[in-house]
Design a protein around this ligand. Sequence first.
Ligand code: ATP
Ligand code: MG
Length: 267
Amino acid sequence: MSAILELNGVSKEFAVNGRRTKAVDNVSFAVEKGECLAIVGESGSGKSTIANMILGIYGTTAGTIAFAGEPLPERREKRHRRAIQLVQQNPLSSLNPRRTVGASLRLALDVHEIGPKAERAARIGALLQEVGLEPDYARRSPAALSGGQRQRVAIARALACESELVVLDEPTSALDVLVQARVLRLLAELKAKRGLTYVFITHDLSVVRNIADRVAVFERGRLIEIGTTEALFSSPTQDYTRRLISAVPVVSDEEAAMRQHIMGDQA
Ligand SMILES: Nc1ncnc2c1ncn2[C@@H]1O[C@H](COP(=O)(O)OP(=O)(O)OP(=O)(O)O)[C@@H](O)[C@H]1O
Ligand SMILES: [Mg+2]
């Protein structure tokens, strides 16, 4: 395995009312090709800021971000914008309401010149099927879809340009539990089939346990702990991580026992 994404000493400061605050503070980590790295931490810990810097939406105040072994320029090239895609929490705000589903997918294919023009209509149908929607959903507007269907379209669009790294910022948080489980399963299938790499931001540690290979824990802009999902759940080294884990709803006896084990008498 080799690192597809590498952050080295990355910081981000914002100036709010003349005061500078560090949203992300000297963060370094690498993501291996084909893995799912979860980013967890409480609200305001810098998770979305990291996503925005990986995407090139925000520049970094310090540090470097490398993709496939090359430092990413502040102004991303088209190939970078193709290879690194974002799926956000709310597809209603990320999909243009005036475009049909098909038109949104078509735009991604056209911008990045994916496949011969004559084949793009068929490609749209295939993409929709890949995310579990009938090809005739291409004619619908995003407003005429359920939350889960919309998120499937947003995922299809992220895959349309044959992306390699997908940053998912709370992709299932707005969905109800059953729909959430189906979308998670779809994401896991797509990752395996296409050999994708995910940076998966979530505040929901039961989602982490389902999908992540490794977990990075953030507290007030700092990376405080990183390790395999198994190691992090069974023997977290930081109190903060322990507190995050203890907030996960307990769903089975096995998990209850694990929680007891981790939390001791505090559980
Ligand atoms: N554009 C911005 N301008 C000023 N401050 C910002 C901006 N974006 C984020 N921040 C600040 O940076 C810090 C980290 O915010 P960020 O959105 O990255 O947190 P988060 O971990 O994604 O939180 P949440 O779980 O609530 O989404 C916060 O203190 C936030 O107020
Ligand atoms: Mg956020």
